[in-house]
Design a binder for this molecule. Structure first.
Ligand code: NAD
Ligand code: HSO
Length: 873
């Protein structure tokens, strides 16, 4: 292996070059004097090295010791000190051995006594004064013996010894990969002054990547090195291949560059934007695998747009990602966003959680409280643009300190000096912090006004929303694509070059793993079957009286725009629910609109479905701006005839505005707003199923509303459902949303099924689930609901994704008069009639009389002129 050597008095160093050298491992820094700390501080400030050893030009004197400790505290990996000093200084010998290295003159290699004495006191050896000639002669054998002795003696103390060799400076010195390889056969590293190193091709200098890879071996026929890629926290992102060429490029650019087996040099992220900043390249213990540590940007490492090739994140990384997303755009009413905006609240919560953690005593409780505290602490970090990696860098830095602080508490926190208050851990454990619960009412105890208010949904301030949406719609109408791009940058924080992707879509952009693709394919087939069955392609023909034949046939709506929400959750399932009926109906042009991801792309699942349903374009925009583009058209978005799909209040308001503007010539499906669910449950219900169903809709948004009607529930049964709600909710990744939506939702206790059904029909829920005995028997009693789920094994999630029914349904009580999206949504019906002479003769007098009643003479005459002819024929 190669160890670069830098004399820090050299002012000419290129910062970029030093940064690249820092990627391959430890660097030895030579400082003029251990007594002078300022030069090193300046150097480190400029170069920010990760791992370095320090050696001084001047002999060490007793006064230097304090500074040596300072250097170690500051982060030096090892300080190189002559053996005589280590053995004679009481203080140095107490410093940790893994932070000390010794310089050994090549003449002393055979001094076994010295090696024995130093064993356990140091972990690094710098063999000096080696001349190039001797390295292939006897000296090599001596060095080999020395290394074996060192390894034996240090092994006992549990240390890993590193032996490095530095050559005497001569004029004609030439460093080669042969020399590096030669030394590596006996586990010695070659120290090379920076002036002999290069990242380019220069025959007189040693290329750093050549020196790094020359000691590696590949067990592959193509000679490539298996390369594990990890993030800064050591989490594996995936496995790729490297060659000497790719390592050269990686070191030069300090980015993730690999060797693709098919396509040659592969600059990771060059096309997807998911680039990597290179942090470290290391070889494994037996030199057949490389490890690249990187900072990953964009959607992630995997081509499937997940963070890693082994799936998404979890634990603290997942929490950090969620918080960072919330900071960019949080759902309305998000608790995390409230914390971002209110430092006082965050301060109080951190203090409160720290206090609760101190009082926690059982394992579960301690874990619970620690999780709470970590959450609030991380909110504070993210609010101030501090990452987990930054926090860990501090921990690592602290771990390098050799001096320890006493660690006593500040007086105001010193509980040992105060009279400790006994905490009854039993009571404490029973208090579940922030219970997530619904409001509760009994039908028999509320008056009609209260009942009416329970039937209402939260009031939407539609004037406010309209006032916000109108200028957006007008802008898009007047300025087209430019306005679309501008609003996407404003609301979605994405800068697009073009707002539209046209079919055929690139296979890479819709690449999915097999499991996801199969799931989508099965859902597609079921939804297709159910929607195809709804399409009656025959013509309806009725002879209303002899000679008068009326008919009706359907035709698809030609151009449709399908809105797929993407604010708080991206919904490929909505793409299925809208795209399939449009395809079944035979719409000629299908355009899908959905807010883009942070990297400006569309989710591959959405694109895959867009491709399956035959969409011609995907519009990368959300909210009112997307609806306006579909309604009026822009340079790149064709105007459509009908817009379908759910969305937030801005989407719904824009749909209503467009529908009311006759110049837009547009129709919409229905006002589909925030998701809602009503569950009717009796004592035969299974509490954990009931709770899971309620939460499945409550997690959609802070404005989602769920209702539980309990039919003569026993107090125990109701308590079990409530406990399940809290416990399951607390484990959800979207608990922040649920914490807002559940308290706005309610449980209503009734005495019998008749009362339950009456309330449900009056409420007209988007989804209705029957968790009751003999559930099918009650289906006949349902008058109003968007979609019904019958019995314990029909979770609403099945209708959301894959059973076959549609999930775009009327909310807000509109189920009273609207149906959910279905195949007919994308069809229009045309009627026709044919009258024979006799038919007209028989019907004509009725028509003429009615026209006379209405005073419409021309109508009457159109019949009269014909009847006159027929009668005079
Ligand atoms: N009823 C149904 O069938 C059904 C199905 C699925 C989803 N939903 C509902 O759809 C909704 C989806 O909402 P969403 O927000 O996640 O996604 P969305 O795609 O509807 O809205 C996101 C867009 O809103 C716009 N926006 C955000 N803040 C804005 C502001 N301050 N001013 C103007 N525009 C702004 C942005 O352009 C953004 O792209 C949820 O309420 C969910 O319950 C309903
Ligand atoms: N439940 C939503 C309709 O209100 C639809 C949906 C999409 N993904 C999951 N659920």
């Amino acid at each position: 292996m190669l160890v670069p050597f830098i004399d820090i008095s050299n002012q000419q160093l290129s910062v970029d070059f030093v940064k690249s050298l820092d990627l391959i491992g430890e660097i030895i820094l030579r400082i003029p004097d251990f007594n002078d700390t300022s030069l090193l501080s300046q150097f480190l400030e400029k170069h920010q090295l990760d791992k370095y050893w320090l050696i001084s030009v001047k002999e060490i004197v007793p006064d230097d010791i304090e500074n040596i400790v300072k250097f170690l505290d500051q982060g030096a990996q090892k300080v190189v000190i002559p053996g005589s000093k280590i053995l004679t200084s009481d203080y140095i010998s107490t410093l940790p051995a893994d932070r000390l290295a010794v310089n050994v003159n090549s003449r002393d290699l055979c001094d076994e006594e010295l090696i024995k004495k130093l064993a356990g006191l140091v972990s690094g050896y710098l063999v000096t004064d080696v001349d190039l000639e001797s390295i292939s002669g006897n000296f090599f054998q001596d060095l080999n013996n020395f290394i074996q002795n060192v390894q034996k003696s240090t092994l006992i103390s549990g240390l890993i010894a590193k032996v490095t060799v530095i050559l005497q400076e001569t004029n004609d010195i030439k460093y080669s990969t042969n020399l590096v390889q030669h030394l590596s056969t006996i586990s010695a590293d070659l120290v090379v002054p920076i002036k002999y190193l290069t990242l380019d091709s220069d025959n007189n200098l040693l290329n750093v990547a050549d020196a790094l890879t020359c000691t590696l071996k590949s067990d592959r026929s193509d000679g490539l090195f298996i390369t594990v890629v990890v993030d800064e926290r050591g989490v594996a992102l995936g496995v790729v291949y490297s060659s000497t060429e790719s390592v050269k490029e990686a070191l030069k650019t300090r980015t993730g560059v690999y060797q693709s087996r098919k396509r040659g040099l592969w600059h990771k992220g060059a096309t997807s934007g998911s680039v990597q900043e290179l942090k470290k390249i290391e070889a494994d213990c037996d030199g057949d695998t490389l490890k690249f540590t990187v900072k990953q940007f964009g959607t992630g490492f995997c081509h499937l747009n997940t963070r890693t090739c082994f799936g998404g994140s979890k634990g603290l990384i997942a929490l950090e990602e969620t918080l960072q997303n919330r900071k960019i755009s949080a759902p309305p009413g998000s608790y995390t966003q409230r914390l971002f905006q209110n430092p006082d609240l965050l301060h109080s919560k951190i203090m409160e959680e720290a206090d609760e953690l101190c009082s926690a005593s059982t394992k579960d409780n301690i874990a619970w409280e620690t999780a709470d505290l970590l959450y609030f602490a991380l909110v504070k970090c993210v609010a101030n643009d501090i990452s987990l990696t930054d926090v860990e860098a501090h921990l690592d830095k602290r771990a390098k300190k050799v001096t320890r602080r006493p660690g006593n508490a500040k007086p105001q926190w010193d509980v040992s000096s105060k009279k400790a208050t006994e905490i009854d851990s039993d009571t404490k454990d029973k208090q579940i912090p922030d219970t997530i619960k619904m409001q509760k009412f009994k039908l028999s105890e509320i008056d009609s006004r209260k009942r009416k208010s329970l039937l209402k949904r939260p009031i939407i301030k539609s004037d406010d929303i309209m006032a916000r949406v109108r200028p957006i719609v007008n802008d898009v109408r007047n300025k087209g694509d430019a306005a679309l791009i501008e609003y996407t940058a404003k609301f979605d924080k994405v800068q697009l070059n073009t707002p539209v992707i046209s079919a055929p879509f690139s296979p890479e952009a819709m690449a999915l793993d097999d499991v996801t693709r199969c799931a989508i394919d099965q859902a597609y087939d079921n939804i297709y079957k159910f929607h195809d069955a709804q399409y009656d392609r025959s013509t309806l023909v009725v002879e209303t009286m002899p000679g008068v034949v009326c008919s009706r046939f359907s035709r698809p709506i030609e151009r449709v725009g399908l809105y797929v929400p993407g604010g708080t959750a991206i919904l490929p399932s909505t793409t299925l629910m809208l795209g399939i009926p449009a395809k079944v109906a035979g719409c000629k042009e299908i355009i899908i609109a959905s807010p883009p991801r942070k990297d400006g792309t569309v989710v591959p699942e959405v694109l895959y479905v867009a491709h399956k349903v035959g969409a011609s374009k995907v519009l990368l925009a959300g909210g009112a701006q997307a609806i306006a583009a579909l309604a009026y058209g822009t340079e790149s978005v064709p105007k459509v005839d009908k817009i379908c799909g759910p969305g937030n209040q801005y989407v719904t308001a824009a749909k209503m505005l467009a529908q009311n503007d006759s110049s837009a010539m547009i129709s919409i499906d229905m006002p589909a707003g925030p998701s809602e669910l009503l569950v009717i449950a009796d004592n035969s219900s299974i509490p954990k199923y009931v709770a899971s169903d309620l939460l499945s809709q409550a997690e959609h948004g802070t404005d989602s509303q769920v209702v539980l009607i309990g039919v003569s529930l026993t107090p125990e049964h109701l308590a079990n459902i409530e406990r399940e709600i809290h416990e399951q909710a607390s484990r959800l990744p979207r608990v922040d949303i649920v914490r807002e939506s559940i308290p706005k939702s309610f449980i209503l206790q009734v005495n019998n099924m008749k009362e339950a059904m009456k309330f449900s029909n009056d409420y007209s829920p988007e989804h209705l689930i029957l968790h009751i005995d003999e559930a099918e028997k009650w289906v006949d009693a349902i008058e109003n609901a968007g979609s019904v789920f019958v019995g314990a094994y029909s979770p609403e999630s099945c209708g959301d994704y894959a059973s076959g029914t549609n999930h775009t349904l009327p909310t807000y009580g509109y189920a009273r008069m609207y149906s959910g999206v279905n195949t007919l949504t994308f069809l229009k019906h045309i009627t026709a009639q044919k009258l024979t002479k006799q038919g007209l003769k028989d019907l004509g007098h009725t028509v003429m009389r009615l026209a006379e009643v209405e005073g419409l003479e021309a109508h009457r005459n159109a019949v009269h002129v014909r009847i006159h002819d027929i009668e005079n024929d």
